[in-house]
Each structure stands twice: as structure tokens, then as C-alpha cells.
Design a protein around this ligand. Structure first.
Ligand code: GLA
Length: 404
């Protein structure tokens, strides 16, 4: 946005009529105090590798992407938060001094973030805002973490609350765990808070050390393919896997008290205490233990420009999530098979929690459209579903886009 008075907010996507209606509702405020309009944004994320490792104190390698969510807002002198969705005109509102129980709707992510900011001692104030997003929902690209991060930037003065990006990510994770009620790890919020354009983010979920990892974007591009399949049983199966990992750690700790999380278990250790675990639990652990190794191997291979090894790590990760961790789906498998049989696709795997959602592929520059064509023609035949293909760039994390 070039000037405070200009309402040409760069909110891509959304039905233009709904957008106009929604804008008309917040415009009087903007007219009264045009200089006070701000736009905050938070990106979606795609995980390159390190799946179901974050809540096991392990390593992850996600990237923030250039599909994003934006809130155009006018800070208010009161304690009221009111947001209009650009796409539908739907409204959500709450009072910062009377944040009630969750309602089961999108406003919970905003209210939960306000609650978690207050709990962390970061001051909040009200605003009137308009929210628009290009991140597909329920596709495993973490649109919920994006609402949390954008809300954290919108609710605070100075924007972002004057705290570092990792602190903000942890506050947003707390909102999701304790208020929204989803027991997620830190990966999504960290990626969407700390991302850097052109880079992925290597995060150690135990020490919270992180660093940007350059991607070979001169040679290849990131392509996200949405299977269009609903994430059946997603939340309950996610929690079940998490509980299985925790139960395994309790058993393994009786053999070796230094084991506090699956992060502490090497493949050799796991093999030596195999008899203490049920067969299925053993398979779950084997995934996590080896996936942590694959993250580090992928980072080293990216550094060395060895995309063949990256391709092998992605393939092993997908097979492991399918066969050992049990979180893939026929649709995700079909999408990966189509991608890996397309010339120019260097690496492909399911991404995110699984049970539907998206795949991520590294594709040679120039081969993106070949992959798109292959997916659009072969995938509907195999599944009866309509896929979507997004060629994405690794983007910066959440922040202030316009205004002061
Ligand atoms: C979801 C969760 C993350 C992570 C992934 C699986 O995206 O929000 O914390 O556990 O699943 O890797």
C-alpha cells in the first residue's frame, strides 16, 4: 500500500464483490484516520523434511512460502477486536478484557493469540481489521498458524510486541495448544515467524536453535500439490501418534534414563531395545529416529548441491510416513507417484501432518509446467479428485507490510 488513504490493499484472492462489501464496512474508520491504517502479513509454510519430529524434540526443515494471509487494520483506542473476512464478509469480534471460551470458529485463533500474548505479559490493544488470505485452508499449509502470527502482529504496539520472532512463535503455539486445543509442535509457528526469502529454516526443536538454509533456487523451484482430499481423522490420529511416541519414551526410559524424548534415541539404541516395544510402536519410533537423521542429511546435501541425495531423503521420508508412521493416504501416495515419474522432478513427498493435504516437490527450473500438466491430467483419473498445483517461493516470515 503506497499511501495511508489508499485502499488498494494487496489482498490477492477473494471474491471482488465480497471484498468491496467488507471494505465498505471498515472504510469509515480508515477515512477518519487514514494514516493509522496498517497491513500485517503472515505466510503459509511447507515442510521440506522432518515430519512428526517437532513434538519429539527433533529437527525440522520447513520454509515460509509466498501464499500468505493479510490483515488490513486500524488500531483502536479501545479493547475491542473486530475482523471482517474479505472473502465472505463474515464478522468475528471479541473483547480483550473478556476473552471467553473458544467458539469453534476462525476467530478462536485471534482470541487465543490475544489470550496467550496477555499470559506472556505482552500488552495488547483493540483494532478493526479486514482479513484476506491466499493460503488454502485444510490443505496442510498452516493457515491457522498464519492467523495466529498475523494476529500477534495486529494486536500489539509496536507491531510484533517488541519481542523476538521465536518468542512470538512460542506464544502462538501456546495459543493453539492451550486455547484452540490442538496439541501441535512448534514447527509451523516458527517457520511462519522466522522464515527468510529464498531459504528454508533448520530448527532444533529441543534447543530452539535455528538457522536459515539456502535453497538451490537457481536450479530448481518448490512446487506444492494439493490432493484436494479432506484430512480425514486428522486431529485424532495426530494426537494418537503423539501419545504413542510419549508412551514409547516412558518405556525406553526404563532401559536408559537418559532418554527424555525420541530425539535421544539413535537407530542402534532403538534396535537394541526393540523387544520392549509393541511392533506398531516400534515402527512409529523407527520413523522418528530415522527422520531426524534425514533432516540433517538433507541440509548437508543442499549445502553440497547434491540434489540426488535430497531426492533419496524425500523418497525415504515419504515411504517411512506411509509404511512406518501410518499417516499418508492413497491420494498423497498417488500424487507423489505422479510427481516422481515426471522428468525434471528431483524430490517429492507428502508434507505436514498427513491424512490428506499437500505434497512438496523440488523441481528443475523449466519443468514446473510439465509437473502441473502431469498432475492435472493423471491425478483426477486415479482419485476422482481435483488437484491444485502451486509453484511457490520461500518467503520472509510474518511482519508489518505497510503502515507504521
Ligand atoms: C502439523 C503440526 C506440526 C507438525 C506437523 C507434522 O503441521 O502443526 O507441529 O507436528 O504436523 O510434522
Amino acid at each position: 500500500m503506497s499511501g495511508g488513504h489508499e485502499w488498494a490493499i494487496p489482498v490477492a484472492g477473494g471474491d471482488p464483490d465480497a471484498l468491496r462489501v467488507a471494505l465498505a464496512q471498515v472504510e469509515p474508520l480508515a477515512r477518519r484516520d487514514p494514516g493509522a491504517i496498517r497491513v500485517v502479513r503472515a505466510p503459509g509454510r511447507v515442510n521440506l523434511i522432518g515430519e512428526h519430529t517437532d513434538y519429539n524434540d527433533g529437527f525440522v526443515l520447513p520454509a515460509a512460502i509466498d501464499l500468505d494471509l493479510r490483515i488490513a487494520l486500524v488500531p483502536a483506542g479501545d479493547r475491542r477486536v473486530e475482523i471482517v473476512l474479505a472473502e465472505s464478509g463474515e464478522r468475528g469480534a471479541f473483547d480483550l478484557d473478556a476473552i471467553g471460551a473458544r467458539t469453534g470458529t476462525w476467530i478462536d485463533y485471534v482470541a487465543g493469540t490475544a489470550w496467550a500474548l496477555a499470559e506472556a505479559g505482552v500488552p495488547t490493544r483493540g483494532f478493526r481489521g479486514l482479513l484476506s488470505s491466499t493460503i488454502p485452508t485444510s490443505a496442510g499449509l498452516s493457515s491457522s498458524a498464519a492467523i495466529e502470527l498475523a494476529s500477534a502482529w495486529a494486536l500489539t504496539e509496536p507491531p510484533g510486541g517488541g519481542v523476538d520472532g521465536m518468542t512470538l512463535a512460542r506464544i502462538c503455539q501456546r495459543a493453539e495448544n492451550a486455547y484452540v486445543g490442538v496439541n501441535c509442535g512448534l514447527m509451523d509457528q516458527a517457520a511462519e515467524s522466522l522464515g527468510t526469502a529464498g531459504r528454508a529454516l533448520l530448527l532444533d526443536c529441543r534447543t530452539l536453535d535455528w538457522r536459515p538454509v539456502p535453497l538451490p533456487l537457481d536450479r530448481c523451484r518448490l512446487v506444492v500439490c494439493d490432493t484436494g482430499s479432506p484430512r480425514r481423522l486428522g486431529a485424532s490420529q495426530y494426537n494418537a501418534r503423539r501419545a504413542q511416541c510419549e508412551a514409547a519414551v516412558a518405556v525406553l526410559a526404563t532401559a536408559d534414563p537418559s532418554i527424555r524424548a525420541l530425539r535421544d534415541v539413535s537407530p542402534g539404541m532403538l534396535a537394541s531395545i526393540r523387544s520392549r516395544l509393541e511392533e506398531e510402536t516400534y515402527r512409529r519410533c523407527e520413523h522418528v529416529v530415522r527422520e531426524n537423521e534425514r533432516v540433517l542429511e538433507t541440509v548437508a546435501a543442499l549445502g553440497a548441491g547434491d540434489l540426488e541425495t535430497v531426492g533419496r531423503c524425500f523418497a525415504e521420508s515419504h515411504a517411512s510416513l506411509r509404511d512406518l508412521y501410518g499417516v499418508s493416504s492413497p491420494e498423497l501416495d498417488a500424487m507423489v507417484e505422479i510427481a516422481t515419474s515426471t522428468p525434471g522432478v528431483l524430490a517429492s513427498r507428502m508434507t505436514g501432518a498427513g491424512f490428506g493435504g499437500c505434497t512438496v516437490s523440488l523441481v528443475e527450473r523449466g519443468a514446473e509446467e510439465r509437473l502441473r500438466d502431469a498432475v492435472l491430467s493423471a491425478y483426477p483419473h486415479r482419485t476422482g479428485l481435483t488437484p491444485r498445483v502451486f509453484v511457490v517461493d520461500a518467503a520472509d516470515g510474518a511482519g508489518l507490510l505497510a503502515g507504521t
